[in-house]
Design a protein around this ligand. Structure first.
Ligand SMILES: [Zn+2]
Length: 296
């Protein structure tokens, strides 16, 4: 059997994914790494210290499941051991991509979980996405930090760091990276509009039942069979609602609300505040006083 042509094609596919990652702005400089299972205990992975936009087939490394380099003129990425931990925990997955898509990474840095019960595509392709705690990049503990979440979704946010996506196919592992960043971007835009409608328990149950018909696993499948998926409050939704409550009444070029504040505290501050104060100043003042009242 001539193995070379297929391995070469897989290397080309790895380079294509690298170019897409770079063109999308998911990795700056030499950031990120990806790998592909090409045989029993044999993986292609990206080398260290190269832009993912400039990868060529002969830049790629071949490693075993312990990260031992078997072939390639360049040194393998230092984060392959994180990939290896995922391959071990998810034998169904043949591709792992790690990168720093800015919108989704913003959630990982803010420590805000991506909410569920909001967007059908995110529910179908991603499911409940969790945030793993921060570990120094390249550290062997990085893989361990992902293990608690690796079976529930094909995407994990890495605290203060980025995203890891894994899937049976390289193509869908890449698409899930696009989907998670698009979802995070939609959430950030929605927040600026100041309101969010969450899906109802019935709507979510229908979605998860639809996933089951497509053969896509979801940790909530049993709840969906009973017709009982709970769509509770999330950190994200409470942030949108809290901030819109503040902001909606603090509009106007002069920094003073054009709409008469309804809250007695805000009304008192608006009356006492000189015109040269900006909207941001007033908002900060309201926040400080609110915090003090809540603390008391
Ligand atoms: Zn990284």
């Amino acid at each position: 059997m001539n193995e070379f042509p297929s391995e070469f094609k897989l290397k080309e596919a790895m380079c294509d994914v690298g170019r897409k990652i770079w063109l999308k702005g998911f990795c700056a400089g030499n950031e990120g790494n990806h790998s592909y299972r090409i045989g029993k205990d044999r993986f292609l992975c990206t080398p260290t210290g190269i832009s993912k936009g400039e990868l060529r087939a002969d830049d790629l490394c071949v490693v075993d499941g312990n990260g031992k380099q078997l072939a390639g003129k360049r040194k393998r990425t230092s984060e392959f051991l994180m990939h290896a931990a995922i391959y071990k925990a998810r034998p169904d997955c043949n591709a792992v991509i790690h990168s720093h898509p800015p919108h989704a990474t913003a959630f990982a840095i803010a420590g805000v979980d991506l909410p569920t019960c909001i967007h059908p595509e995110a529910e179908v392709f991603l499911g409940p996405v969790k945030t793993a705690h921060y570990v120094t990049p390249g550290d062997t503990r990085l893989g361990e930090s992902l293990l608690p979440y690796v079976k529930d979704s094909n995407v994990i946010l890495m605290g203060n760091h980025g995203i890891v996506s894994f899937h049976p196919t390289l193509e869908q592992a890449y698409y899930n990276l696009e989907i998670v960043d698009a979802y995070a971007r939609i959430l950030l835009l929605t927040k600026s509009l100041g309101s969010v409608r969450t899906l109802t328990s019935d709507e979510m149950t229908e979605l998860v039942q639809l996933k089951a018909r497509f053969g896509i696993p979801d940790p909530r499948a049993e709840d969906a069979k009973k017709g009982a998926i709970a769509c509770g409050a999330s950190d994200y939704v409470s942030r949108v609602n809290t901030e819109s409550g503040m902001r909606g009444r603090m509009m106007g070029d002069a920094g003073i609300s054009a709409v008469q504040p309804q809250n007695p505290l805000e009304r008192a501050i608006a009356e006492l505040t000189p015109n040269q104060y900006t909207e941001a100043d007033i908002e900060q003042l309201v926040q400080i006083i609110t915090n003090q009242i809540m603390a008391a």
